[in-house]
Design a protein around this ligand. Structure first.
Ligand code: ATP
Ligand code: MG
Length: 258
């Protein structure tokens, strides 16, 4: 089944450790379980999405596609999970930012690489690194929308304004149709007032943009990557698995409005 328009989603927040990769892997796997053809692009030199899916970047990976050394289609790996493919990365990607400095259209490398392959997927998820550098800008230029994971903790909103202004800048120039379609609260602990306060603050700031689905803090989510598995395959009944499957439903439900 294909959606009305292909969705290319940058999962971005320059703050480290807020759940970008966990969301990429598990939203991706949950969309795959709904038979949405899904591609995860590991845009982070840390390669966490690649390893968290039990894959190895191998000889040719995102660096080679963005440097124009191989066609993007040739670096795609099938993950073995239903309807879920991967463009892998490793730390070679660090060098790309330097190499791109003087190049024309450097912000569009990822967009151009995806051009020939995005049509094969209903959803493309771009797992961004924790910075607002060239790789994140490339993701924002390639994307149709942005999903921002925010951790339920003190200073949760710190830095979000820098991200929003980067998104605004990209929208004003490089990619006018970019939309923020969702703010996702992650690592929520309903036993603490702090988590509740952060949830309230987010809804006050971003209103309907905040997903109804909240991702709880759940140890199964934290341990699944060490087995190279999405949480759906690691422990389908866990609260983390239930939450990401619910998020996938809500995400698909937002197709019509976007
Ligand atoms: P980076 O900025 O380094 O790329 P990130 O934003 O991608 O980090 P993750 O790697 O997804 O963040 O998560 C950071 C750590 O928190 C990981 O060890 C992950 O397993 C753990 N984690 C993420 N979400 C949850 C959750 N809901 N419950 C428990 N642990 C979680
Ligand atoms: Mg990450």
């Amino acid at each position: 089944m294909s959606s009305k328009r292909d969705r290319i989603v940058a999962i971005a927040n320059q703050k480290g450790g807020v759940g970008k990769t966990t969301t990429s892997i598990n939203l991706g796997a949950a969309l795959g379980a709904l038979e949405r053809r899904t591609l995860i692009v590991d845009c982070d030199p840390q390669g966490n999405a690649t390893r968290g899916l039990g894959q190895d970047a191998g000889e040719q990976h995102l660096y080679h596609a963005l440097a124009g050394l191989v066609p993007a289609a040739e670096i795609i790996q099938h993950t073995g999970f239903p309807f879920l493919d991967l463009m892998p990365s490793n730390d070679d990607l660090v060098g790309l930012e330097v190499e791109l400095v003087d190049q024309e259209r450097r912000q569009y490398r990822l967009k151009e690489a995806l051009g020939s392959v995005a049509k094969d997927y209903d959803v493309v998820l771009l797992d961004c690194p924790p910075s607002l550098g060239q790789l994140t800008v490339n993701a924002l230029c390639a994307a149709t929308e942005v999903l921002v994971p925010i951790q339920a903790e003190y200073f949760a909103l710190e830095g979000v304004s820098a991200l929003i202004s980067t998104i605004e800048r990209v929208r004003a120039g490089l990619n006018p149709s970019l939309e923020i379609t969702g703010i996702l609260l992650t690592m929520y602990d309903d036993r603490t007032n702090l988590s509740k306060d952060v949830a309230e603050e987010l809804r006050r700031h971003f209103q309907a943009k905040v997903f109804q689905t909240i991702i709880p803090r759940n140890v199964r989510l934290a341990e699944a990557p060490s087995h190279g598995l999405p949480v759906l395959q690691h422990d389908i009944k866990s609260s983390g698995s239930v939450a990401y499957r619910k998020l996938a439903q809500e995400f698909v439900g937002r197709e019509q409005v976007s």
